[in-house]
Design a protein around this ligand. Structure first.
Ligand code: G4P
Length: 286
């Protein structure tokens, strides 16, 4: 199964980024701290590859701190990259962005004359608007006085010495790596209608069992977690009253419930991938 992802406006977005990338000093790439690999658009990475970058692992408040630490180490080893774990909903965590931007540009002659210009990139739902609102508040600057930038590139003053240029959120042409698609679907970053909800849940359950059995046991008051994902869902459905008339489990409802609680952080601070994990995909992903 392949999911096609590249409507016309995304093609336009990628053209715009290519046109404007020369005019900024650095890139700020926002990833979801719970799925940094899956939320990284390889196309965005490719068209901005020559730029130094800050990688923001956003939604850190929902991610597993131990996994985030591994990801920070992982991205630190990428040349010209400065990773930070942040929560766009917590302004305090954002105060390190502007100093990090200056650090990346240290030694540039223009640095004491003008702010660092950063292009901000991220797939939809990663928290770009929340982040921009927190950084720039209502002071969204106009673009008219910035010759050379296309109209669509909105500019924001984002703290001392940093200007941000916004881009439309972009998914990638198609999920050749279905693993990424399922991870994003599990966290609600792509619409539930695109992939069947039961398949998303059945894909996610084995990882929850292997990494977060304690949290799952505590949340659902389970002494022994069923190892078979289908039985897991059925047992969960029974525990939570997801029953259809006739008494059998409403599996779809149980899957929704599990994913909703996962997305809201109710099961715990959970990350769905770690660096270096073997990305084994059976058939088309589940
Ligand atoms: P986008 O511009 O990249 O598309 O994403 P946006 O800012 O709209 O954020 C997508 C969802 O993620 C929003 O929730 C937003 O509140 C939430 N979000 C963003 N950053 C963080 C974060 O650091 N931590 C947590 N926990 N959530 C974050 P929503 O449910 O779609 O909307 P709403 O409930 O905020 O209205």
């Amino acid at each position: 199964m392949q999911v096609q992802w590249f409507p016309g406006h995304m093609t336009k977005a990628s053209r715009e980024i290519k046109e404007n990338i020369k005019k900024v000093d650095i890139v700020i790439e926002i990833l979801d701290a719970r799925v940094p690999y899956s939320s990284r658009n390889p196309l965005l990475k490719k068209i901005t590859a020559h730029k130094k970058r800050i990688i923001l692992l956003n939604k850190d408040d929902l991610a597993d701190p131990a996994a985030t630490k591994l990801w920070l180490n992982y991205f630190e080893s990428e040349e010209g990259t400065l990773p930070l774990a942040v929560s766009a909903q917590n302004r305090k965590s954002l105060s390190r962005i502007s100093p990090a931007a200056k650090e990346l540009c240290a030694g540039s002659r223009w640095l004491d004359r003008r702010p660092v210009r950063a292009m901000i990139l991220g797939i939809p739902n990663v928290g770009k608007s929340t982040l921009i609102n927190a950084l720039a508040g209502k002071k969204k600057a106009g673009v008219a006085n910035m010759p050379g930038f296309t109209k669509e590139m909105q500019r924001f003053d984002a703290g001392p010495g940093l200007q941000i240029f916004d881009t439309p959120g972009m998914l990638w042409p198609k999920f050749e790596d279905m693993h990424s698609g399922f991870n994003l679907a599990a966290l609600g970053s792509i619409k539930d209608t695109i992939l069947p909800i039961e398949r998303i849940a059945l894909f996610t359950v084995p990882y929850l069992i292997s990494q977060y059995s304690k949290d799952v046991k505590a949340r659902y008051k389970w002494d022994d977690i069923p190892e078979d994902p289908v039985i897991f869902i059925d047992e969960l459905g029974k525990k939570r009253g997801c029953i259809v008339s006739g008494g059998s489990v409403d599996r779809e409802k149980a899957c929704y419930l599990l994913l909703k609680e996962l997305r809201e952080g109710k099961i715990g601070r959970i990350s769905l991938e770690r660096p270096g994990e073997e990305r084994k995909i059976k058939g088309d992903g589940v």
